[in-house]
Design a binder for this molecule. Sequence first.
Ligand code: GDP
Ligand code: IMO
Ligand code: MG
Length: 422
Amino acid sequence: MKTLALIGAQWGDEGKGKITDLLSEKADIIVRYQGGNNAGHTIWVGNKKTVLHFIPSGILHPHTLSIMGHGMVIEPEALWAEMQGIESTSIKLSDKNFLISDHATIITSYHKLLDACRENQGSLKIGTTGKGIGPAYEEKMSRRSIKVRDLLDAETLKKKLSAILEEKSVLFEKLYQVNFPSREEELERLLSFGKKLAPFIGDSFRAIDQGIRDGKKVLYEGAQGILLDIDYGTYPYVTSSSTAVAGIFSGAGIPSGELEEVLGITKAYTTRVGEGPFPTELDNDLGEFIRQKGHEFGATTGRNRRCGWLDLPLLKYSVKCSKLTSIALTKLDILCNLEELKVCTHYEVDGKTFDCAYPSLDLSKAKPIYKDFTPFKDNFSEPFSKELENYLSFIENSLGIKIGILAFGPERKEILFRKDYF
Ligand code: GDP
Ligand code: IMO
Ligand code: MG
C-alpha cells in the first residue's frame, strides 16, 4: 500500500492524531489537505502530550516529510507558535521535514473577528471554534483570498488587504460596531510572519507528485470528520471545508497515484462539539460519566464535548460518503465495565424506520432504536471476551467493512492492528 487516507468518520475528535502518529512510523509523507487550527489532534508519547492544530501528526517521526496542502486555511501567527512549540522538543523543523503550500489560504485577523462577531451577535450560532475558518473559506471562494505566497510580496498583500477591507470595514463599523486592525497593522503583522515562514513555503503538489513517483508512502490526514463536511455533513452545523474523501482531491491532490485505502477513524461512542442535531446524545449522568472518563473536552477550545452511544446509521452514511475501506475503532477502554452498553441500529423518523442517515432525514426528529449488548470487561489482551468479540463483529457486519485497528488508550502502545497498513 502506497497511499492511505485517514478520515474522521463522525463529528471529529475520533483519535485521528494518535492513529496518524502510529501509521507515520511506516509512511514517508504525511499531508493535511483541509481545515486549519479548528483541528486539535492529540498525541501521547509516554507522559508527554502534543496537540497539533495545523502541522500533520507525522511530525514526531523525523524520517517523514509533513506537508500542509493548498486546501488548508492558515493563520500565520498561530502556525508560527505551533512550530516554536515543536522546536522546543527534540524535533527540528527544516525544509526536509516540513513544507507549507504556497497556495494555501491565509486566515487574517479580520476572519477571526468576523467569526466572533457572528457567533456573539448574529442570529445563527454554529458553535464554531472561533478561529476564523468559515470567513476565510468564504473569501477563498469569492476569489479574494490572501495566499501563503502573498506573505512574501508586500505590494500584492497591500492590494489584497485594501480590497478585503472595502467590504469588511463596513461590516465591522456599521453592523457589528467593533474595532478592527488597520490595513497597515495587518500588513506589517502578516509580512513579519511571512519572513519567518519563508524557508518552509513551497510547491506541495510537486512534492507529493515527486514522492509518489519515487515510490514513497503517502498518508493523507483528515481533520474534523465526515459529518462536519460542508456538503455531506449536518449543514449548517458543519465546518467550511470538504472533510470527506473528496477534500483530498481538491485540497492536496494525488498526482500520479491512486488512493488505495480510506481508513475511517471512529470512536466506539459518539461525541460532538458545538451546536447541531445529535440523535444518540446522552444528556444525563451516563453522558457525563463518559465525558469524564473519556476526557471529552475540546483539544482546541476546551469546551465540553457532548457524548452519546455509537450511531450506526450515521456511520453507514459516512462509509458511503467517503468509500471507507476499513475503520479504526478507538476509545474502547472508555466503554469497558459499563453497566449498560447500547448501539443505535436504526432511526424512527415520522413513523418510518431507517438504517442509514440519508441527508433528507431531519436528524433533529430522529428517534434512535437501540440494540443492547452485554457489557465487556476486557483488558484488551487477546483472546478477547466473547462479549467484546460480539460487539466488534456486530459493528463490522453492520458496516460491511473490517475494523482494522482497535485503540484502547491514549498511548502509542495501547493499540492492536488487525490489518496491515503500508
Ligand atoms: P482527533 O481530533 O481525532 O485527533 O482527536 P482528539 O485528539 O481531539 O481527541 C481524542 C482524544 O482521545 C485525545 O485526548 C487522545 O489522546 C485520546 N485517545 C485516542 N485514542 C484513545 C483511546 O483508544 N482510548 C483513550 N482512552 N483515549 C484515546
Ligand atoms: P478535529 O480535527 C470536533 C466543529 C466546531 C463547530 C463546527 C464549526 O480535532 O477532529 P469551525 O470553527 O470549523 O467553523 O466550527 O465544527 N469542529 C470540530 N469539532 N473536532 C474538530 O476537529 C473540529 N473542528 C471544527 O466545534 O461545531
Ligand atoms: Mg480533535
